[in-house]
Design a protein around this ligand. Structure first.
Ligand code: FAD
Length: 323
């Protein structure tokens, strides 16, 4: 059964986030040969439509309005509901990001639909669209189907591979005019935390530090390793609580969930709450002085040693590989 699927393209700093392309790949599976329509909401964003098409969208609908310059759930929900009203889709796919997690349940509830959140895979089986999602902090996975109404789903970044970009693909980018009324929140200004380099939740490589890093300066070797590998720096809550780094770097049950290709845990004991945020990484390397540390139970490669010796050595070796 083919379906019409809307996929929200998420924009940050004027660029489409990678998770948008992953959501299109998921949307293609859900569509079963039907139409995949990218949706862009913002102030002047239509130029990004072509890229959504190059990644597999058949066409793109853009809602441009000065009230959509900054994300508000009110404003975006109004715009998206107008697109849904125009297009009458059977399914909607979002990235499982801060924005997607906020917007998708609001719009789903308005349409009395359910929501499958944080999907890590999607397939067609037995005539149904079947989503896989983690439960119990990633210790098990469940498969879910929607039996009635619109299919709403969010997909976890870094789990569903985007389609290859095809620069020769073309499609229509149309605009829909929507009057955005009565915003209950108005964003006056956004003050960004100074973060360097790659976005943690989308990084292919994460070098994370725990209390074993011992100080803010102790993170420097980790930053160097992350830079050589083109990755991002993350942290355990232990390191954040000790003020070695900002809470925006926290990975785990009450922090970010990451699924990079490579996760290097440095001086992290492997508490269950930390594992909840990283145990689905594709390859896990743990560096810890304590051979009994719990982190070794989930690690593919374990290095028993002092991180201040091991991390600079790894950095040097990776540098040589790059030359
Ligand atoms: P520790 O447990 O102190 O481990 C430090 C490790 O460093 C040790 O294993 C030690 O052997 C090693 N080490 C020391 N020096 C060196 C060295 N020189 N070289 C190599 N290794 C060294 N935690 C999270 O991370 N994320 C969460 O989201 C989170 N949410 C929580 C929610 C709740 C409700 C609760 C109760 C707790 C939560 N925690 C979370 C906290 C969690 O239980 C742990 O306390 C925390 O993860 C421990 O951080 P750590 O591994 O850095 O520190």
């Amino acid at each position: 059964m083919s379906r019409k699927v809307l996929v929200l393209g998420e924009i940050r700093d004027g660029q489409l986030r990678n998770v948008s392309f992953e959501a299109i790949a998921a949307g293609k599976i859900v569509a079963e040969g039907g139409e995949v329509i990218g949706v862009l909401l913002g102030e002047s964003v239509s130029a990004l439509g072509a890229e959504l098409i190059q990644y597999g969208a058949d066409r793109v609908v853009v809602v441009e309005n000065e009230k959509l310059k900054q994300y508000t759930s009110d404003g975006y929900a109004q715009a998206l509901l107008a697109v849904i009203d125009q297009e009458k889709p059977e399914a909607l796919v979002f990235g499982h990001t801060a924005l997607g997690k906020d917007l998708s349940p609001k719009v789903a509830a308005k349409l009395s639909s359910g929501l499958i959140s944080d999907a890590t895979a999607v397939e067609i089986a037995g005539g149904n669209v079947v989503f896989t999602r983690p439960i119990y902090s990633g210790k098990a996975f469940e498969k879910k189907i929607v039996t009635d109404g619109l299919i709403f789903a969010t997909v976890r970044p870094n789990n569903i591979a985007p389609l290859e970009k095809d620069e020769s693909r073309t499609g229509e980018v149309s605009s829909l005019s929507v009057e955005i009324k009565d915003l209950r929140t108005i964003i006056k200004d956004v003050i960004r935390k100074a973060t360097e380099g790659v976005d943690l939740s989308e990084a292919k490589v994460v070098v994370a530090g725990g209390r074993g890093v011992k100080s803010a300066e102790g993170f420097e070797p980790l930053k160097e390793l992350a830079a050589v590998l083109g990755g991002a720096v993350g942290a355990s809550r232990g390191a954040c609580d000790a003020e070695y780094c900002d809470y925006s770097l926290q990975i785990g049950q009450t922090g970010k969930v990451v699924t990079p290709d490579l996760y290097i845990a440095c001086g992290i004991s492997g508490a269950i709450q930390h594992l909840a945020g990283m145990s689905n990484s594709k390859v896990i390397v743990a560096i810890n002085k304590d051979p009994e540390a719990n982190i070794f139970k989930v690690a593919d490669y374990g290095i028993v040693g002092d991180l201040f010796e091991v991390v600079p050595m790894l950095t040097e070796e990776f540098k040589k590989l790059k030359v």
